[in-house]
Write a protein of this length. Structure first.
Length: 304
């Protein structure tokens, strides 16, 4: 099976990498393949046979002169019994301790992983006290969940400041969220988001925070949020999220996009597993504002 392309054949490909960076990438990949093969105690011939590629092309890959297809990389990863991330250069896999820890966690269910995450926070001293977490309340969920409206109402009821994290991001960046994305890209926005959250945690010991819907997209930032705040997922059906956004006068989600609802459902499905890590869930589906607020404040105010 020959699924390799030489560097010369792929020179006209859509990516704009220059020859030098391309060679560096291929050389690094080749070194990782050799290292993993050695760790597994496999000869090049044995690996070539297991991955169903020619030994000559495998040699080209290991020496950084062959540009291999994703499918062949998948076959090689399977033959080496490793993940694609490890093969492609996940830096954490260079640590023997990390590999042993990862092996212990492999196949564990969500509850086991949650307990390990919390225990690790305690062990490493990154977990604040329960009181600190309880007095910082963060609302998470998609746009249209009611985070801003319900957050302000809860802050007023508790007599604590209310913080809209997107406004803090704009203050730090000196421009709008849209401008951050347009001018600097999503990675820059995530950096500002992390900085805004860290500043909020440092400044406020008692606060209600309305977070951006995509804060769960960055594991480091979301970990920071879970560690320092009591989190509440304001949950609703996709149709209700969309209807609320449009009711606020923002028709952009539907503009020139007939698949907007499908996109929203997909986003919610992709984030639901992370939103579910919240300490509490308030389902606002089919609820009035007052009913939703009654559910929310019951979590933090004694019932009279």
């Amino acid at each position: 099976m020959d699924q390799f392309e030489t560097a010369a054949q792929s020179a006209g490909a859509a990516d704009s990498l220059s020859e030098a960076p391309r060679n560096q990438v291929l050389q690094a990949l080749g070194e990782r393949v050799r290292s993993l093969r050695s760790r597994r105690g496999m000869t090049r011939r044995a690996l070539a046979a297991a991955a169903d590629v020619s030994e000559r092309h495998l040699a080209n890959l290991e020496y950084g002169t062959g540009n291999v297809s994703v499918l062949v990389l998948h076959h090689i990863a399977q033959a080496l019994q490793c993940s694609m991330a490890e093969l492609l250069g996940d830096v954490t896999t260079t640590s023997a301790e990390w590999l042993l820890i990862r092996e212990l966690l492999e196949g564990r269910d969500e509850e086991d992983l949650r307990r390990v995450r919390l225990a690790a926070g305690e062990l490493l001293g990154t977990a604040p006290s329960d009181r600190q977490r309880h007095t910082r309340i963060a609302l998470i969920g998609l746009r249209g969940a009611g985070k801003s409206t319900l957050g302000r109402m809860l802050a007023e009821q508790l007599g604590v400041p209310f913080l809209e994290l997107n406004q803090e991001i704009e203050r730090i960046a000196g421009c709008s969220v849209r401008a951050i994305h347009d001018l600097y890209g999503a990675n820059a926005y995530r950096r500002y988001e992390r900085r805004a959250l860290e500043e909020a945690v440092q400044i406020y010991s008692d606060v209600v925070i309305a977070t951006p819907g995509g804060i769960v997209s960055d594991p480091a930032t979301f970990n920071e949020l879970l560690s320092h705040c009591t989190t509440v997922w304001l949950k609703a059906q996709p149709e209700e999220h969309m209807a609320r956004v449009v009711a606020q006068g923002d028709t952009r989600p539907m503009a020139a996009n007939p698949e907007a609802m499908d996109d929203l459902r997909s986003i919610l499905e992709g984030r639901a597993g992370f939103y579910a890590k919240a300490d509490h869930v308030v389902d606002t589906s089919g609820q009035t504002l007052e009913q939703s607020f009654d559910q929310l404040k019951a979590l933090f105010l004694p019932v009279r």
